[in-house]
Design a protein around this ligand. Structure first.
Ligand SMILES: Cc1cc2nc3c(=O)[nH]c(=O)nc-3n(C[C@H](O)[C@H](O)[C@H](O)COP(=O)(O)O)c2cc1C
Length: 365
């Protein structure tokens, strides 16, 4: 361990909106599928998040604001009084340990199934099914053709995001991160492959950015922009949300940035494999908000990649997924350049304490 590394800004405090972080290592949103079947968080989830309170900030797993936005059974919600009460226990415990916790609010859009949504339908910008199978109680099935939201229905969906955000703040969250990444509802509007609308919400890049702008603006008006963040994954090309024309991507996401820049968001988190490249750097300038960076599934986050994101890509903080899952005390381990536990993919989604709350902390001699 060199003094230089220990003193790296990654381990120094940062301000994200009104939030003061003890360090710049953020736990990335990680779906773990261990809530009750009605979406209520559990005691085990409380233990899991509490174990990770030394991260500069925790972003929770994707959490549905409304059951129609649910993607998996046993994914948590933030819709009912029971959800709010259970999340409140989690936020209290994280805060008691000096941590910060922000709820990722996720509407799955077409990455779902009527069995999960409770409304007899799944919704999306256009009637285009997910190319990937969907997991339901009987196993994996073809993605159903979604209901294309009408212009009249869109304000109702936005209202559901707002209600979820208010609930998150009632549950004691330090803010909300709107999930605009990874091929779920907001990303389905942004990507031309999943949005073939011809009205004000489709067609041009500016129109495809409109839904995201309206959702984030409405959430920010309800709970304060200083409590509102946004996650994006341009060019991630995941779950059929394909963005393969760089010019179109730049125009779309810069329109989004322009639509949101004046709000003063708490953070924008960008997942991209080239964080120092043209696109991410244009968005960093365009949004003008504190930037959290993550290099995506293709590259495993390491201590060195984290240093690089701060030193060379302009990140205010770095989010870490798989290593955070496997190392509750990752910040200490990275600070000391200590050994790491390896994550076990077999226990990522669903199950109990195994591969969830039983990863050991660093042993002291
Ligand atoms: C088990 C698992 C669950 C994930 N769930 C979410 C999620 O709920 N929301 C989200 O935006 N990203 C999710 N991701 C993506 C991660 O936040 C992160 O971008 C990805 O793991 C790459 O970062 P890493 O190399 O540090 O793991 C998930 C990733 C994994 C491995």
């Amino acid at each position: 361990m060199s003094d230089h590394d220990t003193a790296h800004p990654l381990f120094s405090p940062a301000e994200l909106g009104k939030l003061e972080l003890d360090n710049r290592v953020v736990m990335a949103p990680l779906t773990r599928i261990r809530a009750e079947s009605d979406g209520t968080p559990t005691e085990l989830m409380k233990e899991y998040y509490a174990q990770r309170a030394s991260f500069g900030m925790i972003i929770t797993e994707g959490t549905w604001p409304v059951q129609e936005g649910r993607t998996w059974g046993r994914q948590p919600g933030i819709e009912t009084a029971a959800h709010v009460a259970a999340w409140r226990e989690i936020t209290d415990e994280v805060h008691a340990r000096g941590g910060r916790i922000v709820l990722q609010m996720m509407h799955g859009g077409r990455i779902s199934h009527p069995e999960l949504t409770g409304t007899g339908r799944i919704v999306a910008p256009s009637e285009i099914a997910s190319p990937n199978p969907i997991r339901i109680s009987s196993g994996k099935v073809d993605g159903p053709v979604p209901h294309a939201l009408t212009q009249e229905e869109i304000p109702e969906i936005i209202g559901q995001f707002v209600a979820g955000a208010r609930n998150a703040m009632s549950a004691g969250m330090d803010g909300v991160q709107v999930h605009g990444a990874n091929g779920y509802l907001i990303h389905e509007f942004l990507a031309p492959s999943s949005n073939t609308r011809t009205d004000a919400y489709g067609g041009s890049p500016e129109n495809r950015a409109r839904f995201a702008i309206e959702v984030v603006t409405a959430v920010a008006e309800a709970i304060g922009a200083e409590n509102t963040g946004l996650r994006l994954s341009p060019e991630h090309n995941i779950q059929g949300a394909l963005e393969e024309d760089r010019e179109d991507v730049l125009t779309t996401y810069l329109a989004l940035a322009e639509g949101l820049a004046d709000l003063g968001l708490a953070h924008v988190e960008i997942v991209h494999h080239e964080p120092e490249g043209e696109l991410v750097q244009a968005l960093r300038e365009g949004f003008g908000a504190p930037l959290i960076l993550n290099t995506g599934f293709s590259r495993f986050s390491t201590r060195d990649t984290a240093f690089g994101l701060i030193d060379r890509a302009g990140a205010a903080a770095v989010s870490v997924g798989r290593s955070a899952l496997a190392n509750p005390d990752l910040v200490q381990r990275w600070r000391e350049d200590g050994p790491l536990n390896d994550p076990d993919p077999e226990t990522y989604y669903g199950g109990g304490a195994k591969g969830y709350t039983d990863y050991p902390v660093l042993q002291r001699t």
